[in-house]
Design a protein around this ligand. Structure first.
Ligand code: GLN
Ligand code: ZN
Length: 769
């Protein structure tokens, strides 16, 4: 390999592209199909159209080897389950009757049959459907999707590369099927799975594929020797096939670490590595294995999961150091562009100056092409792009938006004392007891009440100018009156205002904080047809006026019972936004925390005695490798304490978490130094209560006794039984009674009945202690 020939061969590629279309056409077609308004043929035609447009966009931009097979009607892990024939027994009839309906049944369930479980895709906000496997799983190559989508791309003469989820990651993401022993290890199925991959590879080869990409992101996590062995076996096996395309094994989201020597030695023709956040580590590891002689290296130098313009000079420097390490170096985004919105050019409300700092999927694609050209032909060939890029980076670095002196000096002056309550928990809790005068087993809710069609209409009316702010606020106040009066009637102890004014728990605050940007079309797939528009933490963050006090104070004015103030915590604000890449995450977290701290102070000053700071995402952004976790949790808990520590000892701070298992972060939960935590627990029969107890968690806790994820109404006896289970782990003086999470997705009838039952359960169990 020579540096020169490696450079000359450089090309641009990407691993995947947003699926939805410029106006979320895919979402509309799929949901239309579900409602019976769109035929299967029309849905397929829309999907084919979107795929064609994406391929054309990529080709026109100058991408070599357009990815295929990354399209999905719902999720690419589910597609892989279909590809290998791993359809759960309960869905087989539906799949046999109609492949498309069966597919959606696996994704969403039906009246009678539960869907596959859904969980987060590594540390992103994308969710995949968990494969269910057991020792009796029989794999079979059951789908022509990969070949069809590849062939469809070839037709107009494009060069294309099918992208598949790799067999090792597929098994590592799977879990034992219902009824299979919990300790069943799906990885034991590897030898059964590989022949199916071999068949698919042979089919793709027959269809004309020169290269196939196998994604193995699970190999960037800490892996046991047995798992690394499985990876070695898998790629030795696939590599030894004679009838196959060249194999590119792709990794992203972190360094390959111990898996790098394994893959470097494997008889595959190419590796893709992430050179964004993990650049230094991957470079060191690559040097340590002596490079990838004879192989193709795809370098992910353009961050595929943030929305910032690339530093082209820096990326070129990284690419330059890679040249001597492989036969050929190609340039890519670090991961599928699925995780970013489609096109920054569609944003008309963002200041044109700031817009130049942003790069969505289309812009990122152009960046990879520019970089490949620069690498192949020298920097002179991209002089114009480099100059423009330097100017954009300089404008961002020098902008008053990214450098607000007041915010910076305040953040710099923060001391350890600012992140510590003035009294230890044991003393505060006594003061709070006197101040609040709550009964044993106090009842409360997590914050939101049903977001009714009327509320959404009110917001749409306001946006469209059909009503003015005064009219809108009257509707919100009317809703708050209803929510308060319902809670009083039902007998809840700590009330909430119901969050009717919030479109979303992050966006609501982002819209009011200076330094945050909202997008108009910045949709990113969260799961299936659900798309979110994460706001952008673009500059230094400050709060110009109270954000929630008006509504909490109004609610409090209606009742003598305590009304809980409700805020989204700093860690969750970061987790569900695009974060800055021009300063350490800890600095951004601290700025957000300080802005929220002012809100906490204003709520307290307005007479709020209980303030809840939600951190449902705390567990989600935990680093993929154990090595980074302690530092992350330190930063996260500090930001939470900075938000909440300015209050009087008798003001009670609550927090709330959901969507996760918490067993491994109980210490961090304790380090939040909140007075009360509510947690999702109903479906796991109070598992988290036992985990808190095992840790010796000393504070008050409300493990949920009402699963809010379905319209099902839990009976009073069922909730009471859960409470009794909770009492086995948490003493009565410290146990709260609440649902698992907010009620915004529920309807009023089931909310009413469920909360009445929850209060009845608390009353019953109180008499037993
Ligand atoms: N307070 C929020 C609500 O009730 C919490 C939502 C969440 O945890 N995701 O809606
Ligand atoms: Zn929740």
């Amino acid at each position: 390999m020579t540096t020169k020939s490696a450079a000359a061969a450089a090309r641009a590629t990407v691993y995947g592209y947003p699926r939805q279309g410029p106006n979320r056409e895919l979402k509309k077609a799929i949901e239309g199909y579900w409602k019976g308004r769109v035929t299967a043929d029309a849905l397929r035609a829309t999907a084919a159209d979107l795929r064609r447009t994406s391929r054309q966009q990529l080709t026109d931009a100058g991408v070599h080897e357009v990815p295929t097979g990354d399209f999905s009607y719902y999720d690419h892990v589910l597609d892989t389950s279909v590809m290998v024939g791993a359809v759960p027994a309960r869905h087989r009839d539906a799949v046999a009757a109609d492949a498309l309906d069966g597919y959606f049944a696996m994704a969403r369930g039906t009246q009678d049959v539960a869907p596959l479980e859904m969980t987060k895709w590594f540390d992103t906000n994308y969710h995949y459907l968990v494969p269910e496997l057991g020792s009796d799983t029989v794999f079979a190559a059951d789908s022509t999707k990969q070949v069809d989508e590849f062939t469809e791309a070839l037709a107009p003469g494009l060069s294309a590369r099918p992208v598949l989820l790799g067999p090792v990651t597929y098994l590592l993401l799977a879990k034992p099927a219902p009824g299979v022993a919990a300790d069943f290890d799906p990885l034991t199925l590897l030898d059964r799975l590989l022949p199916v991959y071999a068949e698919v590879l042979a089919d793709l080869r027959a269809a004309g594929a020169a290269w196939v990409q196998l994604d193995e992101p699970a190999l960037v996590q800490d892996r046991s020797p047995a798992e690394l062995n499985a990876a070695a076996r898998a790629y030795r096996g696939l590599g030894a096939l004679t009838d196959r395309p060249k194999l590119l094994v792709a990794s992203y989201f972190d360094r390959l670490g111990d898996a790098l020597p394994v893959l470097a030695k494997a008889p595959v023709e190419g590796l893709a590595l992430d050179f964004t956040e993990a650049a230094a580590a991957n470079l060191d590891d690559l040097a340590a294995v002596g490079g990838l002689p004879g192989k193709r290296l795809v370098a992910g130098v353009v961050n595929g999961r943030n929305i910032w313009v690339n530093d082209l000079s820096r990326s070129l420097a990284t690419l330059g150091t890679l040249l001597g390490l492989a036969d050929r170096v190609d340039v890519s985004a670090s991961c599928s562009l699925l995780h970013v919105p489609l096109d920054a050019a569609a944003e008309h409300d963002i200041d044109p100056q700031i817009l130049r700092w942003l790069a969505f999927a289309r812009q990122k694609t152009a960046e990879t092409v520019t970089l490949a050209k620069g690498l192949a032909q020298g920097t002179n060939a991209i002089a114009g792009e480099l100059a423009a890029n330097r100017a954009d980076l300089a404008s961002r670095a020098a902008s008053p938006i990214t450098h607000d002196p007041a915010v910076r000096s305040r953040a710099a002056a923060v001391t350890g004392a600012d992140a510590r309550r003035s009294q230890p928990y044991a003393e505060r809790t006594a003061a709070q007891r006197t101040h609040l005068g709550l009964p044993l087993l106090p009842t409360t809710t997590i914050g939101s009440f049903p977001q009714t069609a009327e509320l959404r209409t009110a917001r749409a009316d306001l946006r469209a100018g059909r009503i003015d702010t005064v009219g809108y606020e009257q509707r919100i106040e009317a809703e708050i009156r209803e929510v308060i009066s319902f809670q009083e009637k039902t007998g809840l102890d700590v009330l909430v205002h119901g969050e009717p004014e919030r479109n979303d728990m992050v966006q609501y605050f982002a819209e009011q904080l200076t330094g945050y940007l909202a997008t108009q079309h910045g949709w990113v797939q969260s799961y299936g047809t659900r798309y979110v528009r994460p706001p952008i933490l673009a500059g230094d963050i400050s709060r110009t006026a109270p954000m929630t006090v008006r509504w909490t104070a109004y609610a409090q004015s209606l009742t003598g019972l305590p009304v809980k103030g409700m805020l989204t915590g700093p860690v969750t604000m970061l987790a569900w936004s695009f974060v800055r890449d021009d300063q350490p995450l800890g600095d951004t977290a601290r700025q957000v925390a300080l802005a929220l701290r002012d809100e906490v102070g204003d709520l307290e000053a307005a007479g709020t005695s209980v303030i809840q700071v939600d951190e449902p995402a705390l567990r989600e952004t935990l680093p993929l490798r154990a090595a980074g976790r302690a530092a992350y949790l330190d930063r996260a808990t500090e930001a939470f304490r900075l938000t909440t520590s300015g209050v009087r000892p008798d003001t009670q701070i609550h927090t709330h978490m959901c969507y996760a298992e918490f067993g491994d972060i109980v210490q961090a939960i304790d380090d939040l130094d909140a007075d009360v935590i509510s947690l999702e627990a109903a479906r796991s029969h109070m598992q988290v209560a036992r985990e808190l107890a095992a840790h010796g968690y000393p504070r008050e806790a409300g493990p949920g006794v009402y699963d809010i994820h379905s319209p099902r109404v839990p009976g009073a006896e069922e909730a009471a039984a859960l409470l009794r289970t909770g009492l086995e782990a948490i003493p009565a003086e410290r146990l709260w009674v609440n649902p698992d999470c907010g009620l915004k997705t529920r309807g009023w009838p089931e909310t009413r009945a469920s909360l009445e039952n929850l209060v009845a359960a608390a009353r019953t169990v109180r008499l037993e202690i």
